[in-house]
Design a binder for this molecule. Structure first.
Ligand SMILES: *Cc1c(COP(=O)(O)O)cnc(C)c1O
Length: 242
């Protein structure tokens, strides 16, 4: 992306987008009677390099999201070598054999998609004497292509997952069906209702609801998202934010 664009104008683009996105989030929050300060936005950097990450940070993005352990490691190492450390969340599918590449290196793991994975992450964290902050990925829409706990699986697994000593469950995460705003809205409101139900049952705060991407973040904020994960609308000048 940077090869085609003058770095100065790319940074200008990033700054304008950052401003527009924060404004859109504030407007969506206001429509729902919420305060924009309740909604965090992370910049998903999986399609860009460390130069773009640093440029995005300089215009106000604080936390970045990666979906592949190997790419996460590559970026962390490059940024550490450059003495420009940046904080990342792990947002993508996590295989058991990659857990050690992620724990202790990210702020939050969004993608704990099964009780087995929760146990495996907890065990590896315990062995390292750390506790990982995590979200439980929930397949609210029921699409077969999506990973995550089904709502019923989550209802039955939650107590066991909460008892695991190596993880701290901060909330839930979901992905909406692509290209269908009504289905997205149902998915996000479904996540909120599930979180309410589980709060009532477990007493847990479940403070974080991670949902909303470039195409649907405003709907997500209207439906209670506290953490939107934005990739294309942040970094891609070809992405129309309309
Ligand atoms: C890529 C990705 C995003 C960002 O998607 P955009 O549509 O580019 O905003 C968010 N969440 C996850 C899990 C992703 O893999």
């Amino acid at each position: 992306m940077m090869d085609e664009l003058d770095p100065t104008s790319y940074e200008h683009f990033l700054a304008l987008r950052h401003h527009t996105i924060r404004q859109r989030i504030a407007d969506a929050a206001a429509r729902a009677g919420r305060d924009a300060s309740e909604v965090e936005a992370i910049a998903v950097s999986k399609t860009v390099g460390v130069e773009e990450v640093l440029a995005a940070r300089s215009v106000g993005w604080g936390i970045f999201g990666e979906n592949r352990p190997q790419e996460l490691g590559r970026k962390l190492e490059a940024l550490e070598a450059a003495e420009r450390p940046v904080r990342f969340d792990m947002i993508g599918n996590l295989q058991k054999n990659k857990i050690n590449q992620v724990i202790g290196r990210v702020r939050l793991i969004h993608s704990i998609s099964s009780a087995h994975l929760a146990e495996a992450v907890s065990t590896r964290c315990e062995a390292r004497g750390i506790v990982a902050d995590v979200l439980l990925e929930t397949n609210v829409s029921g699409e077969r292509s999506k990973s995550g706990f089904s709502p019923d699986e989550l209802r039955s697994a939650i107590e066991g997952v909460l008892a695991l000593p190596g993880i701290r469950v901060e909330g839930l995460m979901t992905m909406a069906p692509a290209g269908d705003a009504d289905a997205a809205r149902r998915t996000f409101s479904g996540l909120r209702e599930l979180a309410d139900e589980l709060r009532g049952r477990t007493g847990l705060a479940l403070r974080t609801l991670s949902c909303g991407m470039s195409d649907d973040f405003e709907v997500a904020v209207e439906e209670g998202s506290t953490l939107v994960r934005l990739g294309r609308c942040v970094f891609d000048p070809g992405y129309r934010l309309d």
